[in-house]
Design a protein around this ligand. Structure first.
Ligand code: TYD
Length: 220
């Protein structure tokens, strides 16, 4: 049997509803960590050539509305490739991986938003990601109305009803309450700098613990 490689890196996922400022914060976190540790920033759907093609399909307005199950399978296909091709190899090398969205997006959007069966989604998602999960997920929380006001052009997901986005937010908050150690809620209101500081506080505490366990080069 093939011996499993040890995953020495740290896997951080950033989540949020539409207009939460997630992508900006992911980039800021990337620059801050990359100055101290080998770090990569990646995204879902995307992160690989296959994933980026799937992303184009998912965001193509002419293909919407997609069947919810078909939509879920596309996100899973992108994730399976992403884990195998990018995330796992990086973690094996001791690299910090920051992913702009990961599995919680599927639970929040396809599960709570579209109403697909959550326990079934969790099982299939676990299969797609080879049971690999982020050490830490940061969920940037803002009221959907506020997020929407921040957006100029809208993707098919962003154009979903206010009720859909309300369910997505409630889904994220529910999951966060179930796994408080792994999923941390960050208040996304206020300036970019204010939100960045809130994230930094949580991540630094997490990095300290990781350093105690791994004594990684950049830790001292
Ligand atoms: P994107 O333009 O990247 O939105 P954002 O900047 O908010 O991340 O589009 C990705 C969309 O895909 C986003 O609206 C959320 C949705 N999504 C799901 O519905 N399920 C998933 O598993 C993932 C990864 C994303």
């Amino acid at each position: 049997m093939k011996k499993e490689a040890v995953l020495k890196g740290l896997f951080i996922a950033i989540e949020g509803g539409e207009g939460a400022g997630k992508t900006t914060q992911a980039q800021l976190l990337y620059h801050s960590l990359a100055s101290r540790f080998p770090t990569i920033l990646t995204r879902e759907p995307g992160g690989t050539p296959l994933g980026e093609r799937i992303r184009d399909l998912l965001l193509d307005p002419s293909l919407h509305p997609l069947n919810s199950r078909a939509e879920f399978f596309l996100f899973l296909a992108a994730r399976a490739q992403h884990v195998e091709e990018v995330i796992k190899p990086a973690l094996e090398k001791g690299i910090i991986v920051i992913s702009d969205r990961f599995s919680l997006s599927s639970l929040a959007y396809q599960g709570f938003g579209r109403g697909l069966d959550i326990s079934l989604l969790e099982m299939m998602d676990d299969f797609a990601r080879q049971s690999l999960s982020p050490h830490l997920t940061l969920y940037i929380d803002i009221p959907p109305e506020e997020g929407r006001r921040r957006l100029s052009t809208l993707t098919p997901f962003e154009k979903e009803s206010p009720e859909f986005h309300k369910r997505v937010r409630e889904g994220y908050l529910k999951i966060a309450s179930l796994y408080p150690d792994k999923v941390r809620v960050i208040d996304g209101r206020g300036s970019v700098e204010e939100v960045r500081e809130r994230i930094e506080e949580v991540v630094e505490e997490f990095i300290r613990r990781w350093c105690d366990e791994t004594s990684h080069n950049g830790c001292s």
